[in-house]
Design a protein around this ligand. Structure first.
Ligand code: PRP
Length: 212
């Protein structure tokens, strides 16, 4: 029997996924050690492997078949735009992709003016402004602390993830428009879905029942 390999994003989501998998009898004790720096774990009895990757790389590992199954946020799935099957909403890691900025920037969003939008998600931001709002914008790619951009004058607004809203609030910014709700999803390599159809659909079906 071949191994089924899972790519999980390092951190809380990996542990939550492990919690779900445990409920359907798929366990991996050594992965629970938070102090370990190990990246690959194996359950020899079940012929299952897990590896821990950077969240934004999970779709890449799954598209190329280095992992059969991945767990990753919907934001990363949309931004990476890889060829894979999205099979299950795990309903954790819930948050929203939003346009945010100072309240004073709100009129700029319907003005037809060319504004600057700072974001870690240029593809999502471009798609939203071009195809849904039909507004021409200049997108500025950043890698973190996006909320800084409108405060220091780099951009008028940002496109970013809002979970509790605390980061926005504490920096004098607010949600100006909601783009879409987000949560963690399970994704599957397209070839694996054919080659290991029975084992993979069994995992998905049992998880789906567990999540109901
Ligand atoms: C994310 C996001 C926001 C913040 C939202 O940042 O980019 O900054 O969390 O959460 P909140 O609404 O609960 O305040 P992250 O912690 O990933 O850091 P980064 O943007 O610097 O990468």
């Amino acid at each position: 029997m071949e191994y089924i390999t899972f790519a999980l994003p390092k951190g809380r989501l990996a542990l939550q996924t492990l919690g779900f998998l445990e409920k359907i009898g798929i366990t991996c004790e050594e992965m629970k050690d938070k102090d370990s720096r190990k990246l690959i774990f194996t359950n020899e009895d079940l012929k299952i492997k897990f590896f821990l990757a950077k969240a934004t790389d999970v779709p890449t590992y799954v598209e190329y078949g280095a992992a059969d199954i991945g767990v990753v946020g919907k934001d990363t799935i949309l931004e990476e735009d890889r060829d894979l099957y999205e099979v299950l909403d795990l309903k954790v890691g819930k948050c929203r992709m939003c346009v945010a900025g100072p309240a004073s920037a709100k009129p700029l969003l319907n003005s037809g003016q060319i504004i600057r939008v700072a974001t870690k998600y240029p593809r999502i931001a471009k798609d939203y402004f071009q195809n849904r709002k039909h507004q021409t914008v200049e997108i500025i790619k950043l890698n973190g602390s996006i909320e800084l951009a409108p405060i220091v004058g780099l951009s008028e607004v940002i496109v970013d993830i809002v979970e509790t809203g605390t980061t926005l609030r504490e920096n004098g910014l607010e949600v100006l428009e909601e783009i879409l709700p987000l949560s963690a999803r399970m994704v599957v390599n397209q070839v694996s879905m054919k080659m290991e159809h029975e084992r993979i659909t069994d995992i998905i079906d049992r998880l789906r029942k567990e999540l109901q």
